[in-house]
Ligand binder design. Structure first.
Ligand code: GAL
Length: 350
């Protein structure tokens, strides 16, 4: 609680620092420069940190082409009302377009109303609002991925692994004792990944026996402690861990390492995201596989769309990754892909 209050305070102070422009006059819209605001639900989220690094790389590349582009980044520190205030400030300070990683994906109305009133387009990303909300105004967009696909791909990888390695069923009872480490309750990726990963395995003929689950909010530390509790409380040994993201898979690995359980008695562990640590864990064999959540493609698409909107360019010829399109003039979704050791090495060497 104390830590959360502290983070909110820091975020509010940073917000205030930007409001005063750190001593500079806020730019007026139409001065020739392009101003892009970004607000994150939580700046400590690993996947989003990496996505923002990619985004900054695309912005720098555009600057190198001579475009006068300024970005402003805020952290909502898990508070929707703080995020609403941040968006209000960004609008007041002349942002031409704002990229919003909603804290509460069911509560975008304040932001949508402000944006519409001031005619500032919004690109929502990563945390998907419902379609009816996105349809409230023409200049609202979403950049992300298809959660359903990530669940199916994780389920397929886990199935392939179990079939190729019958020893996964360590107690030989014919079914795989498994646990799921879930992201935030209510997040589209947690709900859909959990459902489709398990369903895919069942459909492909794997007998599954659920011995527990835990919500660990995408977070490595929370996942480690939840995993320790699951290890201690499960009557049967856990043979498979399906984690909704890599950070939680890493937490599971840490739990087994912390308990000094020999590697041959570990369950098989799968993640989603392909973060740097996740890819390293796949290469080292601690994680059996992950699913790449294309942070680079999402960042490229978001920057291209933001730049086009801010500078009044046509959205018809956006500089998007190959085979990706702006669907219904609203959605850009990047495909996921399965990551084994070889693919992990390829991605890391790029
Ligand atoms: C998911 C990602 C998680 C976390 C979450 C935040 O797409 O897999 O690691 O970043 O978004 O909304």
């Amino acid at each position: 609680m104390a830590q959360r209050a502290w983070r909110l305070l820091v975020a509010a102070l940073l917000s205030a620092a930007w409001l005063t422009g750190c001593g500079q006059e806020p730019a007026k819209r139409g001065d020739g420069s392009v101003r892009i605001g970004v607000t994150l639900y939580d700046q400590y989220d690993t996947f989003l940190t990496e996505l923002m690094d990619c985004f900054n790389g695309y912005v720098d590349a555009r600057k190198a082409e001579g475009v006068d582009i300024v970005t402003v980044r805020q952290d909502a520190a898990g508070s929707q009302s703080l995020q609403d205030d941040e968006v209000a400030e960004m609008i007041e300070n002349g942002c031409d377009v704002i990229c919003v990683n909603l804290v509460d994906r069911t509560a975008p109305t304040t932001i949508i109303d402000m944006a519409r009133k001031n005619d500032v387009p919004i690109i929502f990303f990563n945390r998907e609002l419902v379609e009816e909300d996105l349809m409230q105004w023409d200049s609202l967009y979403y950049v992300g991925a298809d959660a359903f696909q990530s669940g199916v791909l994780q389920g397929e990888m886990a199935t392939e692994y179990c079939k190729a390695h019958p020893e996964t069923d360590r107690n030989g009872d014919g079914s795989i004792q498994y646990v799921v480490l879930e992201g935030e309750a209510g997040h589209q990726d947690s709900i859909i990944r959990t459902e489709y990963s398990v369903d895919t395995m069942i459909q492909k003929g794997i007998l599954l026996d659920k011995v527990g689950y835990a919500i660990a909010n995408w977070n490595r530390v929370q996942a480690r402690s939840k995993m320790e509790q699951l290890i201690d409380s499960s009557e049967s040994e856990i043979e498979l861990v399906l984690a909704n993201n890599d950070d939680m898979a890493m937490g599971a690995i840490e739990a087994y390492e912390g308990r000094e359980i020999p590697r041959e008695n570990w369950p098989v562990i799968f993640g989603i995201d392909g973060t740097e640590v996740g890819l390293q864990a796949v290469i080292s064999g601690k994680m059996a596989g992950t699913v790449y959540n294309d942070k680079d493609g999402q960042a490229q698409a978001m920057e291209a769309l933001a730049y086009a909107l801010a500078s009044g360019k046509s959205l018809q010829y956006l500089d998007l990754p190959e085979s990706v399109t702006l669907e219904d003039n609203k959605y850009i979704r990047l495909p996921y892909k399965k990551v084994d050791r070889e693919t992990a090495e390829e991605i890391l060497s790029k």
